[in-house]
Design a protein around this ligand. Structure first.
Ligand SMILES: [Zn+2]
Length: 440
């Protein structure tokens, strides 16, 4: 059954009004009133199914699931379903961000140290509520958050509030405080002072077992460890934990069914983390050919966080495209390309929070600028991250049986990744959160 165009327009206006007067109420409330079966037929011009683009396919959503996908003549339309016309648009899986910090905001607004030391937990949590809303609005329907950076377990509470429908936001995988070696992490003041740290310190077998289990018990879906940090005598990144300590963290996490993500910039820290059994390497700037080969062999993914380094340099005055590339960018481009050529699985993970939440697409644009095709970047952000985060039985593709996390954008994102800036529809679990397009 098709709604009349006027009906669609009225619903859309109602939905927009609801958004304006009450930011917490979702568009889906208004849409659902005219759609008692909560089923939709999405009619885009193209469907990117997580792997390939198909022209003229329809997608049927019933409840929280995708039930039918294919050419119109092969797709049975459920009675009472609502049409969503998406002409000129590509429908694709909701994007999956692999490396975020919802409890941080851009460092050019407030330095990391000032956020950790001087912002209250209440202020930081309030900001996170806005951050996750902006993230969902940008088409990110699932996100792995890699540490609260001094904000305790606030990520667990934000995740719960999203799941309860109290606030809009993506599905979150959280890590709570993350684990660092004593003495390695910031903030640091005078040596006799004990400043609160941006992560939880732990060392040695007993302590690491206890802290890993404690973070898991308080809600960590993944365990995040800092395998190195900028604590070398000259300020360079040097390994923190021994290989045995990293093995302990992995062993304890894996026995609870959880995976480990390791911050690692230096080649030796990456090597230790990979042989210890972590699933993803965060940053990975100084990988060597041997390291990339090892990661590819063991199917360990790299979250390159290109947008973090890029943003930090712009904060100190670098003008991309105007000034020559700083040394750090030249090196990052080379190491990213080497990892890519070695066949390392590339995660879409930008370290958002260093830069504005909701601008996650910058990472994908840089992945393309630094050597990936738009199609490869789009796969990384959908089916690729679903596989890396072990969610591919539920998310990351447009396929019957999967959760209906779907977005629509203008044009062809598999050919031009900047198309992801034009989000026209956001659906999560079969609920429409954003659909300002009237279909006119
Ligand atoms: Zn990070």
């Amino acid at each position: 059954m098709r709604f009349m165009k006027g009906g669609v327009l009225a619903l859309t206006l109602l939905a927009l009004f609801a958004l304006l007067v009450a930011p917490n109420s979702s568009v889906s409330t208004a849409l659902a009133q005219g759609n008692p079966t909560n089923s939709y037929v999405l009619r885009p011009s193209w469907v990117f199914d997580g792997f390939e683009t198909h022209e003229g396919w329809f997608v049927v959503v019933e409840g929280d699931r995708i039930t039918e996908v294919g050419p119109p003549e092969e797709v049975p339309v459920p009675r009472g379903s609502q049409d969503i016309e998406l002409e000129g648009m590509t429908l694709l899986p909701g994007l999956i961000e692999g490396h975020s910090h919802i409890l941080l905001h851009p460092y050019n607004e407030t330095t990391w140290t000032d956020q950790v030391l001087n912002e209250s937990l209440a202020q930081r949590t309030a900001r996170a509520v806005v951050h996750v809303r902006d993230t969902l609005r940008a088409g990110i329907t699932t996100m792995r958050d890699l540490g609260t950076e001094g904000a305790g377990y606030a990520d667990v509470g934000i995740k719960e509030a999203i799941e309860l429908g109290v606030i809009p936001g993506p599905r979150l995988l959280v890590t709570t405080k993350a684990i660092v070696a004593t003495g390695s992490y910031n903030p640091k003041g005078a040596p006799e002072h004990f400043l609160p740290k941006g992560a939880e310190e732990a060392d040695g077998y007993d302590d690491l077992v206890r802290v890993t289990r404690d973070q898991i018990g308080r809600g960590a879906d993944w365990v995040k460890v800092y395998a190195d940090y900028r604590w070398g005598p000259d300020g360079t990144a040097q390994p923190t934990f021994t290989e045995q300590e990293l093995r302990t963290i992995v062993e304890v996490s894996e026995s609870s069914g959880r995976r480990v993500a390791a911050h690692a910039v230096s080649a030796e820290a990456i090597r230790r983390a990979v042989v210890a059994g972590v699933k993803t390497i965060e940053h990975g700037d100084s990988g060597t050919p041997e390291i990339w080969r090892l990661m590819a062999e063991r199917d360990v993914a790299l979250c390159p966080t290109l947008a973090a380094g890029y943003s930090i340099l712009t904060y100190s005055g670098w003008r991309p495209g105007v000034d020559p590339d700083p040394e750090r960018i030249v090196a990052k481009k080379a190491s990213f390309r080497a990892a890519l050529e070695a066949g390392v699985p590339i995660c879409f993970g930008g370290d958002v929070g260093v830069y504005s939440h909701g601008t996650n697409v910058v990472e994908l644009e840089l992945m393309v600028e630094y050597g990936m095709t738009a199609l490869e970047a789009l796969r990384a952000a959908t089916s690729g991250n679903a596989r890396i985060l072990e969610l591919d039985d539920q998310l990351g593709a447009v396929r019957p049986g999967l959760l209906a996390d779907l977005i629509a954008v203008d044009g062809h994102p598999a050919e031009d990744i900047t198309a992801l800036r034009s989000i026209r529809l956001v659906m999560k679990g079969g609920k429409v959160y954003w659909w300002p397009h009237s279909g006119e």
